[in-house]
Design a protein around this ligand. Structure first.
Ligand SMILES: *Cc1c(COP(=O)(O)O)cnc(C)c1O
Length: 424
């Protein structure tokens, strides 16, 4: 039982035995597994168990595990040196790909994670507008930056209360938390605080309360209101960027934000984040402008090569229709299996991201997402894991497909899920 032994060892030297809380499997009442290998649509744990993987490194993988071209490019680059701390040519390659693919981005700054991207984007928005308030939406996750790790109190347009000890109230108070998909609450917030709002930050398709699609009028109103009041609109496309289309959610919905945050797929499995936007916005970033942000390992050559090879593949092959079709098959299959067992559920899906909620739904915001039976989700998760299907260890996350998930993988996953659901 190597998994258990590793967990005991990990607990001695890392808080909770992990480096990111959900990995401890606490929310689903299970012992964490330790992964040692990934190939295409599959991963293997330390005990040699194989899983069909719908976690896909939290959506960071879209070509499956260890795609040949990407691995080869990283290996070759590694021979030449692991880090220089000065600019290398691969940064230009990846920046050009981002500018070419993401409609609203003309210049981009690379960082090392999604958290750094949103943190820097908010600083930029505050620096440009000279204002303090940030509007975010309940249930959206933008990384663990103080100003964004804030949850809503009750009621509409509540000033945020800290989501964790360690965030001073004075900082949380600068964040205004509104319900997702609530255009009226957004209008009201702008009526009351418009001249103080530096930016609105949103997941244009929510993935971190489980998948929740936006109402189109919600995104449109957000674009109009920010423009009207001189605030900046930040799309956090850390999940949706390069996943929903090659230009992300902004391309899919035809709405251009002022600043875009990227991460996950951008690094092709290595740690890369980015924020970008129109030329006149990004020219305010140091050293061109006065708004400071820096990084010792930013633009790391291995990470740039991994990201570039991944984006090239997506740009050239545009696998999005096929990804969507396969995800639809999976969603429909899971729904049929649950219906046969008489289990109430709602499946939200946009492109190749989906979430199974154990409620009759509809799920349109965090309030309705929280109606899901999380105890049942825990049993569902454990049953799937036991049959060799890995999904995110929390109700409020998205399942992801990759181009490495073939039709056979989906069919096999559905067989395993059918067996698992029998045991519920
Ligand atoms: C994952 C995620 C982040 C944070 O990215 P990290 O690389 O984990 O810091 C930010 N925003 C969204 C929408 C995410 O899904």
């Amino acid at each position: 039982m190597k998994n258990e032994k590793l967990y005991r060892e990990a607990l001695e030297v890392m808080p909770g035995g992990v480096n990111s809380p959900v990995r401890a499997f606490k929310a689903v009442g299970a012992k964490p597994i330790f992964l040692v290998k990934g190939r295409h649509s599959r991963v293997w744990d330390a005990d040699g168990n194989e899983y069909i993987d719908f976690l896909a490194s939290w959506g960071a993988l879209i070509l499956g595990h260890a795609p040949k071209k990407v691995v080869k490019a990283v290996q070759e680059e590694a021979q030449k040196g692991l880090s220089f701390g000065l600019t290398n040519p691969h940064e230009i390659t990846l920046a050009r790909l981002v500018v070419e693919m993401v409609p609203s981005v003309e210049k981009v700054r690379f960082v090392n994670s999604g958290t750094e991207a949103t943190m820097s984007a908010v600083r930029l928005a505050r620096g440009i507008t000279g204002r303090k308030l940030v509007v975010k939406f309940d249930g959206c996750y933008h990384g663990h930056y103080d100003s964004l790790l804030v949850s809503a109190g009750s009621g509409v347009a509540t000033f945020g209360i800290p989501g964790t000890p360690g965030i001073p109230e004075e900082i949380a108070k600068l964040t205004l938390v509104l319900p997702y998909n609530d255009t009226q609450a957004l209008r009201k917030a702008f009526e009351e605080h418009g001249k103080d709002i530096a930016c609105v930050i949103v997941e244009p398709v929510a993935g971190n309360m489980g998948v929740v699609p936006p109402k189109k009028e919600f995104l449109r109103a957000m674009r109009e209101l920010t423009r009207e009041h001189g605030s900046l609109l930040i799309f956090d496309e850390v999940i949706t960027g390069f996943r929903l289309s090659k230009g992300g959610a902004q391309e899919l919905f035809g709405i251009e934000p002022d600043i875009t945050c990227l991460g996950k797929i951008l690094g092709g499995g290595l740690p890369v984040g980015a924020y970008g936007g129109r030329r006149e916005i990004m020219e305010r970033v140091a050293p061109e402008g006065e708004i400071y942000q820096a990084g010792t390992l930013s633009g790391n050559p291995l990470a740039m090569v991994s990201g570039s090879e991944t984006l090239k593949e997506l740009r050239d092959k545009e696998p999005y229709d096929e990804l969507e079709k396969k995800t639809e098959t999976l969603a429909k299959g899971v729904s049929d299996i649950l219906s046969e067992k008489g289990i109430p559920h709602t499946i939200n899906r946009v492109g190749s991201m989906m979430t199974v909620f154990f409620t009759e739904g509809p799920v349109v915001d965090f309030e309705s997402a929280k109606r899901s039976d999380t105890e049942l989700f825990g049993r569902f998760f454990r049953a799937l894991l036991g049959k060799g299907v890995l999904i995110p260890p929390s109700q409020f996350e998205a399942w992801f497909l990759t181009t490495a998930h073939e039709e056979d993988d989906i069919n096999q996953a559905l067989e395993r899920i059918r067996e698992a659901v029998k045991e519920l």
